[in-house]
Design a protein around this ligand. Structure first.
Ligand code: HAM
Length: 414
Protein backbone atom coordinates (compact mmCIF):
# COMPACT_ATOMS: atom_id res chain seq x y z
CA UNK A 1 0.00 0.00 0.00
CA UNK A 2 1.36 3.42 -0.87
CA UNK A 3 2.31 5.53 2.14
CA UNK A 4 0.76 8.95 2.64
CA UNK A 5 3.47 11.58 2.49
CA UNK A 6 3.55 15.13 3.74
CA UNK A 7 2.78 18.01 1.40
CA UNK A 8 5.70 19.37 -0.64
CA UNK A 9 7.46 22.22 1.17
CA UNK A 10 5.97 21.24 4.55
CA UNK A 11 8.25 19.91 7.26
CA UNK A 12 7.93 17.74 10.38
CA UNK A 13 9.94 18.90 13.36
CA UNK A 14 11.15 16.01 15.52
CA UNK A 15 12.34 16.72 19.09
CA UNK A 16 15.95 17.69 18.26
CA UNK A 17 14.88 20.30 15.71
CA UNK A 18 11.77 21.33 17.65
CA UNK A 19 14.05 22.06 20.63
CA UNK A 20 15.68 24.83 18.59
CA UNK A 21 12.27 26.39 17.96
CA UNK A 22 11.35 26.22 21.64
CA UNK A 23 14.70 27.82 22.45
CA UNK A 24 14.17 30.63 19.90
CA UNK A 25 10.66 31.29 21.22
CA UNK A 26 11.76 31.30 24.86
CA UNK A 27 14.58 33.74 24.15
CA UNK A 28 12.19 36.00 22.18
CA UNK A 29 9.68 36.05 25.05
CA UNK A 30 12.48 36.99 27.41
CA UNK A 31 13.97 39.76 25.26
CA UNK A 32 10.71 41.21 23.92
CA UNK A 33 9.11 41.45 27.38
CA UNK A 34 12.02 43.69 28.41
CA UNK A 35 10.84 46.10 25.71
CA UNK A 36 7.22 46.06 26.85
CA UNK A 37 5.78 43.67 24.24
CA UNK A 38 2.90 41.28 25.01
CA UNK A 39 1.97 38.11 23.15
CA UNK A 40 -0.91 38.07 20.68
CA UNK A 41 -2.21 34.90 19.02
CA UNK A 42 -4.22 35.31 15.85
CA UNK A 43 -5.86 32.75 13.53
CA UNK A 44 -3.93 30.97 10.79
CA UNK A 45 -6.88 31.29 8.40
CA UNK A 46 -8.19 34.70 7.35
CA UNK A 47 -10.44 36.10 4.65
CA UNK A 48 -8.46 36.38 1.40
CA UNK A 49 -9.30 40.05 0.96
CA UNK A 50 -7.36 40.90 4.12
CA UNK A 51 -4.10 39.97 2.41
CA UNK A 52 -5.10 41.43 -0.95
CA UNK A 53 -5.82 44.78 0.67
CA UNK A 54 -2.75 44.87 2.90
CA UNK A 55 0.15 43.09 1.21
CA UNK A 56 -0.91 44.34 -2.24
CA UNK A 57 -2.41 42.64 -5.31
CA UNK A 58 0.73 43.07 -7.36
CA UNK A 59 3.19 41.45 -4.94
CA UNK A 60 4.57 37.96 -5.51
CA UNK A 61 3.07 36.91 -2.18
CA UNK A 62 -0.52 37.76 -3.16
CA UNK A 63 -0.17 37.19 -6.91
CA UNK A 64 1.57 33.80 -6.85
CA UNK A 65 2.17 32.41 -3.42
CA UNK A 66 -1.00 32.23 -1.35
CA UNK A 67 -2.73 29.03 -0.27
CA UNK A 68 -6.26 30.17 -1.08
CA UNK A 69 -9.38 28.03 -1.24
CA UNK A 70 -13.15 28.34 -0.82
CA UNK A 71 -14.76 27.17 2.42
CA UNK A 72 -17.94 25.09 2.47
CA UNK A 73 -20.03 28.18 1.78
CA UNK A 74 -17.79 29.26 -1.08
CA UNK A 75 -16.11 32.12 0.80
CA UNK A 76 -12.49 32.65 -0.16
CA UNK A 77 -10.08 31.93 2.69
CA UNK A 78 -6.29 32.09 2.80
CA UNK A 79 -3.68 30.44 5.02
CA UNK A 80 -1.80 33.48 6.34
CA UNK A 81 1.37 34.18 4.33
CA UNK A 82 2.58 36.56 7.05
CA UNK A 83 1.37 37.74 10.45
CA UNK A 84 1.19 41.53 10.14
CA UNK A 85 -2.14 41.71 8.28
CA UNK A 86 -3.87 39.46 10.85
CA UNK A 87 -2.38 41.36 13.79
CA UNK A 88 -3.62 44.64 12.30
CA UNK A 89 -7.07 43.12 11.69
CA UNK A 90 -7.24 41.91 15.29
CA UNK A 91 -6.07 45.28 16.59
CA UNK A 92 -8.73 47.18 14.63
CA UNK A 93 -11.46 44.68 15.50
CA UNK A 94 -10.68 44.80 19.23
CA UNK A 95 -11.18 48.60 19.27
CA UNK A 96 -8.44 48.87 21.90
CA UNK A 97 -6.70 51.74 20.22
CA UNK A 98 -6.99 55.20 21.77
CA UNK A 99 -5.19 58.21 20.32
CA UNK A 100 -1.79 58.68 21.91
CA UNK A 101 -1.61 55.09 23.19
CA UNK A 102 1.21 52.82 22.09
CA UNK A 103 0.56 49.06 21.83
CA UNK A 104 3.27 46.44 21.34
CA UNK A 105 2.64 42.84 20.33
CA UNK A 106 4.68 39.81 19.42
CA UNK A 107 3.45 36.63 17.77
CA UNK A 108 4.90 33.22 16.89
CA UNK A 109 3.55 30.79 14.40
CA UNK A 110 3.42 29.06 11.04
CA UNK A 111 3.02 31.00 7.78
CA UNK A 112 2.25 29.62 4.34
CA UNK A 113 3.66 30.66 0.97
CA UNK A 114 3.53 28.64 -2.22
CA UNK A 115 7.20 29.18 -3.13
CA UNK A 116 9.70 26.80 -4.72
CA UNK A 117 11.12 24.91 -1.74
CA UNK A 118 14.87 25.00 -1.19
CA UNK A 119 17.29 25.37 1.72
CA UNK A 120 15.82 28.06 3.98
CA UNK A 121 12.62 28.33 1.94
CA UNK A 122 9.55 26.25 2.73
CA UNK A 123 5.85 26.42 1.98
CA UNK A 124 5.05 26.20 5.67
CA UNK A 125 7.59 28.15 7.69
CA UNK A 126 7.57 29.91 11.05
CA UNK A 127 7.96 33.54 11.98
CA UNK A 128 8.52 35.50 15.14
CA UNK A 129 6.79 38.87 14.68
CA UNK A 130 6.89 42.11 16.59
CA UNK A 131 4.64 45.09 15.88
CA UNK A 132 4.32 48.54 17.48
CA UNK A 133 1.08 50.50 16.95
CA UNK A 134 0.52 54.18 17.71
CA UNK A 135 4.11 55.43 17.45
CA UNK A 136 4.94 57.47 14.35
CA UNK A 137 8.31 58.49 15.80
CA UNK A 138 11.66 57.32 14.43
CA UNK A 139 12.42 56.13 17.96
CA UNK A 140 9.96 53.26 17.54
CA UNK A 141 11.74 52.02 14.40
CA UNK A 142 15.10 52.31 16.13
CA UNK A 143 13.78 50.49 19.19
CA UNK A 144 12.61 47.60 17.00
CA UNK A 145 15.96 47.30 15.25
CA UNK A 146 17.78 47.45 18.59
CA UNK A 147 15.46 44.82 20.05
CA UNK A 148 15.94 42.58 17.01
CA UNK A 149 19.73 42.86 17.25
CA UNK A 150 19.66 42.30 21.02
CA UNK A 151 17.57 39.18 20.46
CA UNK A 152 19.88 37.81 17.76
CA UNK A 153 22.92 38.53 19.94
CA UNK A 154 21.25 36.65 22.80
CA UNK A 155 21.18 33.58 20.55
CA UNK A 156 24.91 34.00 19.96
CA UNK A 157 24.41 35.24 16.39
CA UNK A 158 26.72 38.17 15.90
CA UNK A 159 27.82 37.71 12.28
CA UNK A 160 24.64 39.18 10.79
CA UNK A 161 24.34 42.26 8.61
CA UNK A 162 21.60 44.85 9.17
CA UNK A 163 20.56 46.59 5.96
CA UNK A 164 18.66 49.84 6.25
CA UNK A 165 16.73 52.09 3.90
CA UNK A 166 13.89 54.60 3.81
CA UNK A 167 11.11 54.13 1.27
CA UNK A 168 9.76 57.66 1.62
CA UNK A 169 6.10 58.47 2.14
CA UNK A 170 2.99 59.04 0.05
CA UNK A 171 4.29 62.56 -0.66
CA UNK A 172 7.79 61.87 -1.91
CA UNK A 173 7.55 58.32 -3.23
CA UNK A 174 5.42 59.22 -6.28
CA UNK A 175 8.11 61.71 -7.32
CA UNK A 176 10.74 59.00 -7.00
CA UNK A 177 8.56 56.51 -8.90
CA UNK A 178 8.34 59.03 -11.72
CA UNK A 179 12.14 59.39 -11.78
CA UNK A 180 12.44 55.59 -11.89
CA UNK A 181 9.91 55.30 -14.70
CA UNK A 182 11.89 57.89 -16.70
CA UNK A 183 15.04 55.89 -16.08
CA UNK A 184 13.42 52.65 -17.29
CA UNK A 185 12.23 54.45 -20.41
CA UNK A 186 15.85 55.32 -21.17
CA UNK A 187 16.61 51.57 -21.33
CA UNK A 188 15.47 49.00 -23.86
CA UNK A 189 12.38 47.45 -22.21
CA UNK A 190 12.95 44.15 -24.02
CA UNK A 191 16.12 43.55 -22.01
CA UNK A 192 14.17 43.32 -18.75
CA UNK A 193 12.58 40.04 -17.64
CA UNK A 194 8.86 39.54 -18.22
CA UNK A 195 7.99 40.18 -14.55
CA UNK A 196 9.92 43.45 -14.53
CA UNK A 197 8.29 44.67 -17.75
CA UNK A 198 4.97 44.30 -15.94
CA UNK A 199 6.29 45.72 -12.64
CA UNK A 200 7.50 48.87 -14.44
CA UNK A 201 3.87 49.75 -14.97
CA UNK A 202 2.34 48.45 -11.74
CA UNK A 203 5.07 48.88 -9.13
CA UNK A 204 8.33 50.39 -10.47
CA UNK A 205 10.16 50.00 -7.14
CA UNK A 206 9.91 46.23 -7.28
CA UNK A 207 12.12 46.16 -10.39
CA UNK A 208 15.00 47.20 -8.12
CA UNK A 209 14.53 44.00 -6.15
CA UNK A 210 14.63 41.61 -9.14
CA UNK A 211 17.10 38.75 -8.77
CA UNK A 212 17.53 38.19 -12.56
CA UNK A 213 21.17 39.17 -13.38
CA UNK A 214 20.22 41.11 -16.56
CA UNK A 215 17.70 43.23 -14.60
CA UNK A 216 20.18 43.76 -11.78
CA UNK A 217 22.67 45.13 -14.27
CA UNK A 218 20.08 47.37 -15.92
CA UNK A 219 19.08 49.02 -12.64
CA UNK A 220 22.66 49.48 -11.41
CA UNK A 221 22.60 53.20 -12.22
CA UNK A 222 18.93 53.82 -11.42
CA UNK A 223 18.13 56.82 -9.23
CA UNK A 224 17.99 56.01 -5.51
CA UNK A 225 15.08 56.75 -3.19
CA UNK A 226 17.25 58.37 -0.55
CA UNK A 227 18.03 61.20 -3.00
CA UNK A 228 14.30 61.88 -3.33
CA UNK A 229 13.08 61.92 0.28
CA UNK A 230 10.98 64.89 1.39
CA UNK A 231 12.28 66.94 4.32
CA UNK A 232 10.12 65.08 6.87
CA UNK A 233 11.18 61.66 5.67
CA UNK A 234 14.79 62.79 5.58
CA UNK A 235 14.63 63.93 9.23
CA UNK A 236 12.79 60.76 10.27
CA UNK A 237 15.44 58.58 8.63
CA UNK A 238 18.27 60.67 10.08
CA UNK A 239 16.79 60.17 13.58
CA UNK A 240 16.68 56.40 13.15
CA UNK A 241 20.34 56.41 12.12
CA UNK A 242 21.40 58.73 14.97
CA UNK A 243 19.88 56.37 17.56
CA UNK A 244 21.43 53.28 15.99
CA UNK A 245 24.79 55.06 15.80
CA UNK A 246 24.43 56.10 19.43
CA UNK A 247 23.82 52.49 20.41
CA UNK A 248 26.84 51.36 18.39
CA UNK A 249 24.64 49.20 16.18
CA UNK A 250 26.32 48.67 12.83
CA UNK A 251 24.21 48.77 9.66
CA UNK A 252 24.70 49.06 5.94
CA UNK A 253 22.67 51.61 4.00
CA UNK A 254 21.08 49.89 1.03
CA UNK A 255 19.03 52.32 -1.09
CA UNK A 256 17.88 49.35 -3.24
CA UNK A 257 16.18 47.59 -0.35
CA UNK A 258 12.49 47.76 -1.26
CA UNK A 259 10.92 44.73 0.53
CA UNK A 260 8.40 42.43 -1.10
CA UNK A 261 5.21 43.71 0.51
CA UNK A 262 3.43 46.89 -0.54
CA UNK A 263 2.48 48.39 2.81
CA UNK A 264 5.83 49.93 3.78
CA UNK A 265 6.61 53.64 4.13
CA UNK A 266 9.77 55.30 5.46
CA UNK A 267 12.09 52.99 7.44
CA UNK A 268 12.63 49.49 6.14
CA UNK A 269 15.31 46.98 7.08
CA UNK A 270 16.51 43.44 6.67
CA UNK A 271 18.94 41.28 8.57
CA UNK A 272 21.02 39.03 6.34
CA UNK A 273 23.27 36.06 6.90
CA UNK A 274 25.75 34.95 4.27
CA UNK A 275 26.23 31.55 5.94
CA UNK A 276 22.93 29.86 5.07
CA UNK A 277 22.90 29.64 1.27
CA UNK A 278 21.03 31.79 -1.23
CA UNK A 279 18.09 32.67 1.05
CA UNK A 280 20.01 35.26 3.03
CA UNK A 281 17.21 37.26 4.71
CA UNK A 282 16.85 36.10 8.30
CA UNK A 283 14.49 38.94 9.26
CA UNK A 284 12.82 41.92 7.68
CA UNK A 285 10.48 44.72 8.54
CA UNK A 286 9.70 48.38 8.49
CA UNK A 287 7.12 51.08 8.99
CA UNK A 288 3.61 50.78 7.54
CA UNK A 289 1.73 53.86 8.76
CA UNK A 290 -1.16 53.82 6.27
CA UNK A 291 -2.19 50.19 6.70
CA UNK A 292 -4.45 50.50 9.72
CA UNK A 293 -6.45 53.24 8.00
CA UNK A 294 -6.58 51.26 4.73
CA UNK A 295 -8.06 48.31 6.59
CA UNK A 296 -10.80 50.40 8.16
CA UNK A 297 -9.11 51.46 11.40
CA UNK A 298 -8.35 55.03 12.39
CA UNK A 299 -5.18 56.98 11.82
CA UNK A 300 -2.60 54.97 13.68
CA UNK A 301 1.09 54.58 12.89
CA UNK A 302 2.61 51.11 12.78
CA UNK A 303 6.02 49.52 12.50
CA UNK A 304 7.31 45.98 12.93
CA UNK A 305 9.45 43.07 11.82
CA UNK A 306 9.37 39.34 11.31
CA UNK A 307 12.12 36.78 11.81
CA UNK A 308 12.22 33.57 9.73
CA UNK A 309 12.72 30.82 12.30
CA UNK A 310 13.89 28.14 9.85
CA UNK A 311 16.66 30.43 8.61
CA UNK A 312 17.65 31.25 12.16
CA UNK A 313 17.63 27.53 13.00
CA UNK A 314 20.20 26.94 10.24
CA UNK A 315 22.56 29.22 12.17
CA UNK A 316 22.01 27.65 15.58
CA UNK A 317 24.06 24.77 16.93
CA UNK A 318 22.16 21.73 18.06
CA UNK A 319 20.36 22.54 21.30
CA UNK A 320 21.67 20.20 23.98
CA UNK A 321 18.74 18.38 25.56
CA UNK A 322 18.89 18.40 29.37
CA UNK A 323 20.02 14.99 30.68
CA UNK A 324 17.30 12.93 32.40
CA UNK A 325 17.62 12.18 36.13
CA UNK A 326 16.92 8.47 35.90
CA UNK A 327 16.45 5.51 33.63
CA UNK A 328 14.37 2.74 35.18
CA UNK A 329 15.47 -0.61 33.73
CA UNK A 330 12.96 -3.43 34.05
CA UNK A 331 14.85 -6.72 33.85
CA UNK A 332 11.97 -9.05 34.69
CA UNK A 333 8.72 -8.85 32.75
CA UNK A 334 6.74 -9.42 35.98
CA UNK A 335 8.12 -6.20 37.49
CA UNK A 336 6.79 -4.03 34.61
CA UNK A 337 3.67 -2.71 36.34
CA UNK A 338 5.45 -2.11 39.66
CA UNK A 339 8.18 -0.23 37.77
CA UNK A 340 5.65 2.05 36.05
CA UNK A 341 4.12 2.94 39.41
CA UNK A 342 7.56 3.60 40.89
CA UNK A 343 8.52 5.83 37.95
CA UNK A 344 5.27 7.74 38.39
CA UNK A 345 6.22 8.50 42.02
CA UNK A 346 9.58 9.85 40.86
CA UNK A 347 7.92 12.03 38.21
CA UNK A 348 5.43 13.29 40.79
CA UNK A 349 8.41 14.46 42.82
CA UNK A 350 9.64 16.41 39.78
CA UNK A 351 12.31 14.02 38.52
CA UNK A 352 12.72 13.45 34.82
CA UNK A 353 13.28 10.05 33.31
CA UNK A 354 12.17 7.10 31.30
CA UNK A 355 11.16 3.57 32.16
CA UNK A 356 11.60 0.60 29.85
CA UNK A 357 8.37 -1.12 28.95
CA UNK A 358 8.37 -4.88 29.50
CA UNK A 359 11.35 -7.06 30.46
CA UNK A 360 14.72 -7.51 28.79
CA UNK A 361 18.27 -8.70 29.43
CA UNK A 362 20.39 -6.74 31.89
CA UNK A 363 22.90 -6.06 29.10
CA UNK A 364 20.40 -4.51 26.68
CA UNK A 365 18.85 -2.45 29.48
CA UNK A 366 22.26 -1.10 30.51
CA UNK A 367 22.94 -0.12 26.92
CA UNK A 368 19.64 1.79 26.85
CA UNK A 369 20.44 3.44 30.19
CA UNK A 370 23.80 4.59 28.86
CA UNK A 371 22.26 5.91 25.68
CA UNK A 372 19.62 7.89 27.58
CA UNK A 373 22.34 9.97 29.28
CA UNK A 374 20.56 9.56 32.65
CA UNK A 375 22.51 10.32 35.82
CA UNK A 376 21.18 7.25 37.61
CA UNK A 377 20.00 3.84 36.43
CA UNK A 378 17.38 2.21 38.64
CA UNK A 379 17.02 -1.53 38.21
CA UNK A 380 13.89 -3.50 38.96
CA UNK A 381 13.89 -7.27 38.49
CA UNK A 382 12.35 -10.33 40.17
CA UNK A 383 14.26 -9.88 43.49
CA UNK A 384 13.37 -6.21 43.79
CA UNK A 385 9.74 -7.00 43.06
CA UNK A 386 9.62 -9.69 45.77
CA UNK A 387 11.49 -7.64 48.38
CA UNK A 388 10.05 -4.18 47.64
CA UNK A 389 13.55 -2.87 46.89
CA UNK A 390 15.24 -0.95 44.08
CA UNK A 391 18.80 -1.26 42.80
CA UNK A 392 20.54 2.04 42.19
CA UNK A 393 23.50 2.36 39.83
CA UNK A 394 25.15 5.75 39.39
CA UNK A 395 25.99 6.35 35.71
CA UNK A 396 28.42 9.14 36.53
CA UNK A 397 31.16 8.81 39.15
CA UNK A 398 32.50 5.83 41.02
CA UNK A 399 29.69 5.22 43.51
CA UNK A 400 29.00 1.53 44.22
CA UNK A 401 25.77 -0.03 43.04
CA UNK A 402 23.39 -0.60 45.97
CA UNK A 403 20.01 -2.16 46.66
CA UNK A 404 17.68 -0.55 49.23
CA UNK A 405 13.99 -0.58 50.15
CA UNK A 406 11.93 1.51 47.72
CA UNK A 407 10.45 3.62 50.54
CA UNK A 408 13.94 4.42 51.83
CA UNK A 409 15.08 5.47 48.36
CA UNK A 410 12.03 7.71 47.90
CA UNK A 411 12.47 9.27 51.34
CA UNK A 412 16.16 9.93 50.57
CA UNK A 413 15.39 12.01 47.51
CA UNK A 414 12.78 14.25 49.13
P1 HAM B 1 9.01 39.05 4.96
O1 HAM B 1 10.30 39.71 4.59
O2 HAM B 1 8.12 38.64 3.85
O3 HAM B 1 8.29 40.08 5.94
O4 HAM B 1 9.31 37.80 5.86
C1 HAM B 1 10.09 37.89 7.03
C2 HAM B 1 11.06 36.71 7.12
O5 HAM B 1 10.34 35.48 7.02
C3 HAM B 1 12.06 36.64 5.98
O6 HAM B 1 13.17 37.51 6.22
C4 HAM B 1 12.49 35.18 6.04
O7 HAM B 1 13.46 34.98 7.04
C5 HAM B 1 11.20 34.49 6.46
N1 HAM B 1 10.55 33.85 5.29
C6 HAM B 1 9.78 34.43 4.36
N2 HAM B 1 9.36 33.52 3.45
C7 HAM B 1 9.87 32.33 3.83
C8 HAM B 1 9.81 30.99 3.32
N3 HAM B 1 9.08 30.68 2.24
N4 HAM B 1 10.48 30.01 3.97
C9 HAM B 1 11.21 30.29 5.09
N5 HAM B 1 11.30 31.53 5.62
C10 HAM B 1 10.65 32.54 5.00
C11 HAM B 1 7.06 39.86 6.49
O8 HAM B 1 6.50 38.81 6.49
C12 HAM B 1 6.50 41.07 7.19
N6 HAM B 1 5.18 40.70 7.72
C13 HAM B 1 7.44 41.54 8.28
C14 HAM B 1 6.88 42.71 9.02
C15 HAM B 1 6.29 42.68 10.26
N7 HAM B 1 6.85 43.96 8.60
C16 HAM B 1 6.28 44.71 9.49
N8 HAM B 1 5.92 43.95 10.50
Amino acid sequence: MSKIQKIKGFVDLFPEEAAKFTFMEGAARETFSRYGFGELRTPILEKTELFQKSIGEDTDVVGKEMFTFPDRKDRSLTMRPEATAGVVRAFIESKIHQPGKVSKYFTFGPMFRYERPQKGRQRQFHQINAEIFGAPEAQADAELILMLKTYLNSLGLTKLVVELNSLGCHECRPVYKQALTEYYKSKDKENFCEDCRRRMETNPLRVLDCKVPACKELVADAPVITDHLCAECETHFADVKVILDGAGLEYVLNPRLVRGLDYYVRTCFEVASYDIGSQTAVAGGGRYDGLIRNLGGGDCAATGFAIGMERLALLLDQCEAEAPDFYLAVVDQNASNQAMLFAQQLRDKGFKGDVSFGGGSMKSRMRAANKSGARVCLIMGGDELTNGTITVKAMIGEEEQKTLPQAEFLAGIE
